[in-house]
Design a binder for this molecule. Sequence first.
Ligand code: SF4
Length: 347
Amino acid sequence: MKMQKAPFQKNLFEWYQKNHRKLPFRESADPYHIWLSEIMAQQTTMSAVLPYYERFLRWFPSVQSVAEADEDDLLKLWQGLGYYSRVRAFHHACRQVMNEFDGKIPKTSGELKKLKGIGDYTAAAIASICFGEKMAVVDGNVRRVIARLYAFDGNPNTKSTKEFFELKSRQLLNQKNPGDHNQAMMELGAMVCRPKKPLCATCPVHSFCEVRIHDKVPENFPVKIKQDFIDVNYHSLIVRNGEKILLKKPSPDSLIKGMWELPSHYDERKSVDATWKKIFGATCDAGSHKKIGKIRHSITNKKIITHVYESNKPLPKAKGFVYHSWDRLDEIPLNTLSRKILTRFIY
Ligand code: SF4
């Protein structure tokens, strides 16, 4: 069935005008605000993003302030949001804006994509929302809405499926108001055409929706392919020395690049104790620490089972490790797994 584009756009726009969430970056046309919000919202829920967004803007209100910042300070404010490569790329891109674009964020999607960390989606979002470029955004919410509108059941991992979503989102785009249209499509996916239990009865575009018209189950669209997770064993050690705790500084083998962490290692062929000895030297004897529990944590496609140990005495100094004050842990970017362990077993 051919989509009636104009009435579809009208219903969507009117619904959006009345119902969209009052998010701080929606009140702004500042491309820096939109850029930051889009980068933060990747792989992250809006409720998680909001406090981070507002705090980040208080500390770093402009591209220039980010460009001049230390990476450590940016990571600290990002701590807990995950996917830290986003903030490192954002840092690099802000420096590109200052050095290569005379301090001004580019206005076209083509130029925006020259900045590190900005791909098709983010470029289309900034260019359409801030500068009115006729570019359709395709994020997870938009893909879900389109898959259901067209009852599309293709394999999500193929090039032709990607092209299908791009084509349909382009065809549906309101050329007169691309920014609001894009935001409305994303909002519809987030608020109404939700992954589970979509609100079809009150959906503003239900009369155009093939899933609804043909009485199919919306949750079956788009088709999902189960992701394979790898289970890995990890070992973390809590070592106290008075008011201080032993931490490993960021290094090339850190679990999360650029972040501090508890002394930790993956399973090696050697025994766990032999590996601690390798790290801390022969005086780190097995009798000095005991296992106190385990904790589960997921990072991208890894499910990490972390075995947590506690040492009953301080360990000798080892390269790359320092004793850090308990009450100043907030001043360093400590990875989420270590923070989770300390919260569960110590605080
Ligand atoms: Fe999504 Fe239901 Fe609306 Fe179709 S009718 S677009 S499935 S919320």
